[in-house]
Write a protein that binds this ligand. Structure first.
Ligand SMILES: *Cc1c(COP(=O)(O)O)cnc(C)c1O
Length: 373
């Protein structure tokens, strides 16, 4: 057997590579060049915040690094329970469940909630973790065009099933636009569906205290929200929010939690400090100011409409997006080109993300560089 040809070779331009990069606050070091980073999901700049780091260090000093087993065996820790309660209270849900990562949360969630007799109604631009979770669940999957709720309603009218679930990103990870969650909630109630909103890019970013797209409207029994700790929380891990009955059901059935080593407690100690910072509001407000400032000054650029920290400039071909990214690097900015299969063919783009740590002058300089592409 010749294993060298196991994977058919990709065209050179489509090959991805690791960058061996290293982040230092707002800067990123790549190939011995230091660039201003406009591509991190660490929207609040909390990943290098001294208080978060200190919380993690104290935890490691007190009880070590790894958790040693699944939570249901011997890997549980009081901080997991305390943080789940903090999250649930903050977001207005009855309960919450921590999971290893957003990818694991969504894969396990759909697998636990759905089976062959379930129908899932999914936005076509949903995150890969929701796509894979849907596949693994063996449910019937109906996909509607991005944010096309007329088509969604038609599908709901056409396809009855024992159980139905509408599944959508909150803020979409590659376009930066948002689902119309109010309308999704109306449809979910009218058609008696469960509604899952994965707001990985909205939590910590949108709404007061960064409560996300749903902000004060969350907490309904038919609603399940997913968030990650790896983005605005500056740590690692993820959580699922819902009613007490739902979360307890997941404790019994979420295989990606049951059969996986519990998160290191130090990451949750740090995430808990992150939540306190969000609740104080200052960093979230600075981020929201920066997003507004960027959008206001970039009106002449043809950005996709977005009120989130993700701002996409669609350039078309892979070559065009790559050369724009190279040009920006020459001018001192790190803004990667996002290409198929992450985005559709001929929708290659620059994906710019705004941080609370950026200063207005950084943002203006980037806009100037973008204007000259
Ligand atoms: C990043 C992301 C995830 C995955 O979260 P991780 O914690 O990084 O695994 C899931 N859903 C969406 C919408 C995301 O953007």
């Amino acid at each position: 057997m010749d294993t060298r040809n196991w994977f058919s070779p990709l065209p050179k331009k489509s090959q991805r590579r690791f960058l061996k990069s290293q982040r230092k606050q707002l800067w990123i070091e790549i190939d011995q060049k230091t660039l201003l980073n406009f591509s991190s999901n660490d929207y609040l700049g909390l990943s290098q915040h001294p208080e978060l780091c200190q919380a993690a260090i104290s935890s490691i000093n007190a009880e070590g690094l790894g958790s040693g087993a699944s939570r249901l065996v011997s890997g549980d820790h009081p901080v997991f329970h305390a943080f789940e309660q903090q999250l649930a209270h903050w977001k207005g849900y009855e309960d919450a469940l921590l999971v290893g990562s957003g990818m694991l949360a969504n894969i396990g969630l759909l697998q636990a909630l759905a089976n062959r007799h379930t129908s899932l109604f999914c936005d076509k631009l949903n995150h890969a973790s929701l796509v894979d979770g849907a596949r693994l669940s063996q449910a019937k999957v109906y996909r509607y065009a991005h944010n096309d709720l007329v088509q969604l309603e038609r599908l709901l009218q056409q396809h009855d099933a024992e159980r139905r679930i509408i599944v959508s990103d909150g803020v979409f990870s590659m376009d930066g636009d948002a689902a119309d969650t109010d309308a999704l909630m109306v449809l979910a109630e009218e058609y008696q569906c469960l509604l899952i909103v994965d707001d990985a890019h909205g939590l910590g970013v949108m709404g007061s205290q960064g409560k996300g797209l749903l902000a004060e409207k969350s907490g309904h029994d038919y609603l399940i929200e997913v968030g990650t700790l790896g983005k605005s929380f500056g740590s690692y891990g993820a959580f699922i929010l819902g009613s007490q009955a739902m979360i307890e059901g997941l404790r019994q059935r979420q295989r990606t939690m049951i059969y996986s080593t519990a998160l290191p407690a130090c990451l949750i100690q740090a995430a808990s400090v992150a939540l306190e910072r969000m609740q104080q509001g200052e960093r979230v407000e600075k981020l929201q100011h920066n997003i507004h400032f960027f959008v206001k000054h970039a009106q002449h650029l043809e950005l996709l409409p977005s009120k989130s920290a993700i701002q996409a400039l669609v350039l078309g071909s892979e070559e065009r997006a790559l050369s724009a990214s190279d040009q920006l690097a020459k001018e001192g900015f790190f803004v990667p080109a996002i290409r198929p299969p992450t985005v559709p063919i001929n929708r290659s783009r620059l994906r710019i993300t705004i941080s609370a740590l950026h200063e207005e002058k950084d943002i203006l300089r980037l806009i100037q560089a973008l204007s000259h592409l």
